[in-house]
Design a protein around this ligand. Structure first.
Ligand code: PHE
Length: 471
């Protein structure tokens, strides 16, 4: 009754269709999370990743710091939170892996969107594992006492990480570790890892922040990089695109990871509150990472100035260099930083692998461990181009981690806003009506229009690199 009244109020009564939500979970979703905290830790672990540590800082370092962060926060609130909620509803309401879930709410015409989820997750994981391997190697190098002392040796440090046999071994190990966690299962593998690693990550982050923010040069660096106000930056299409892509990648939206995790949830889990906590944690970690890293970067050490290492330079050139300038405190702090980054990377990689694994378990009827190892072998091949060329890695990030994610996010908002709003309303019936109406309005109009605009901008900027100052 309540739902029909609401539908009437929104002028959507005609949209109700007879797709009743399936209740029995599919094979991949049969095992539930041990607790609500376990789910939130795993979802936050998926969201908090290299995107927070590396993506956000290199984008801030490119310039327009304040406008970029402002637009990023707008993107998180206006698009990120509502779409995260929609993706969680898709998984929880259907209790199916992403392809079956999409078909369950939208019908067979939406199957291609369903397949976009495991495809984009596998492609992202391919290059994500390359960077994860670099982080692991960097941690090992620092533990062995290798710390670059100047710009040239920092550059050589990065080149060593990103080439040769060691890089390939680290890549395979990163993928194998990820697969071992996924193969162990949702509760025993993913949840257990997230439950112990997220508190460690947060504690390390707070420790590093206390230390970094009290450095003598911190206020000047914050002022230079973050408090620089220029009206023109707010309308700069490059900054706009970077801010929205970053928000999307950081929350992992459009990859199906959140839907896959939510398929293991029970009816009583308070989705809106959980979505709010995940969004807040992810955003807070990103901002803390910026506050930690900015004081470490010498003036003008933006990502564009790393002598050929490009955007990835911030994490692997500027940061080690910054720590190295701190004397004896440098090595342990840098080791803590790369350990933190390794945790963040692995928990995100796990969620990326879970998407194709869950889909294939349901599709082929295989059991989890076999599906996981076969899937990861395919992913290893998909990531080869990124392993062989840093330029291809960055291009993969722009295309799969940017355009494709935003494209599937746009389709997801159309699906949940126009085709299947009754599922959203049913699932979130405890939400106050004005909030529910706001959510549907966002899914129907705000998200498609904004994402359509940013997608068009992204395509223009990727296809015309010469006009972009940012690439
Ligand atoms: N959000 C992760 C990060 O910030 C990456 C990711 C993308 C994870 C897509 C899951 C899905 O690094």
């Amino acid at each position: 009754m309540y739902i029909v009244t609401l539908l009437d109020g929104l002028g959507m009564a005609g949209l109700e269709n007879s797709n009743s939500s399936p209740t029995a979970p599919s094979a991949s979703a049969q095992q539930g999370w041990g607790s609500s905290l376990g789910f939130v830790s795993a979802a936050a672990g998926s969201a908090i990743g290299l995107g927070n540590l590396w993506g956000l800082t290199y984008r801030v370092a490119l310039g327009g710091g304040m406008a970029f962060l402002g637009l990023y926060l707008v993107a998180v609130v206006v698009l990120g939170f509502p779409l995260l909620l929609a993706e969680l509803v898709l998984g929880r309401h259907t209790r199916r892996s992403p392809v079956l879930a999409t078909v369950a709410v939208g019908g067979p015409a939406w199957r291609p969107l369903g397949w976009l989820f495991p495809l984009s997750s596998a492609l992202i994981l391919g290059y994500y594992a390359v960077i994860t391997g670099w982080v692991g190697q960097a941690l090992l190098a620092v533990l062995q006492g290798c710390l670059p002392a100047d710009q040239a040796s920092a550059h050589a440090f990065f080149l060593q990480l990103s080439g040769g046999q060691a890089e390939a071994i680290a890549y395979v190990l990163a993928l194998a570790l990820t697969a071992a966690v996924v193969a162990t299962g949702v509760q025993q593998g993913i949840e257990r890892l997230s439950r112990w690693s997220m508190p460690i990550l947060l504690a390390l982050l707070m420790g590093l922040l206390l230390w970094s923010a009290t450095l003598a040069e911190a206020p000047a660096r914050y002022e230079e990089v973050l408090l620089h106000w220029r009206w023109a930056d707010w309308w700069n299409p490059h900054i706009l695109r970077q801010a929205f892509s970053q928000a999307f990648f950081s929350l992992g939206l459009g990859s199906g990871a959140m839907a896959a995790y939510a398929s293991h949830l029970g009816r009583r889990d308070p989705l809106p509150r959980q979505a709010a906590v995940i969004t807040a944690l992810d955003t807070a970690v990103g901002l803390l990472a910026v506050l930690i890293i900015v004081p470490l970067m010498s003036s003008g050490a933006g990502a564009g100035h790393q002598g050929g290492t490009g955007a990835v330079g911030t994490l692997f050139v500027a940061i080690p260099l910054g720590f190295a300038s701190l004397g004896s405190a440098g090595p342990p702090l840098l080791a803590a930083f790369f350990f933190l980054a390794s945790i963040a990377a692995v928990t995100s990689a796990v969620s990326l692998l879970e998407v194709p694994v869950a889909v294939l378990m349901d599709r082929l009827g295989w059991e989890r461990a076999a599906t996981t190892w076969i899937t990861v072998a395919v992913v290893a091949l998909l990531g080869l181009p990124a392993l062989l060329s840093t330029d291809l890695l960055m291009a993969s990030h722009d295309v799969f981690g940017g355009v494709v994610l935003m494209g599937s996010g746009l389709l997801l908002s159309l699906l949940m806003g126009w085709v299947a709003p009754q599922h959203v309303m049913e699932d979130l019936s405890s939400l106050p009506p004005p909030l529910l109406r706001g959510l549907l309005l966002t899914l129907r109009w705000v998200a498609p229009l904004l994402l359509g605009g940013v997608l068009a901008l992204s395509c223009i900027q990727i296809l015309e690199p010469k006009i972009s100052l940012w690439l």
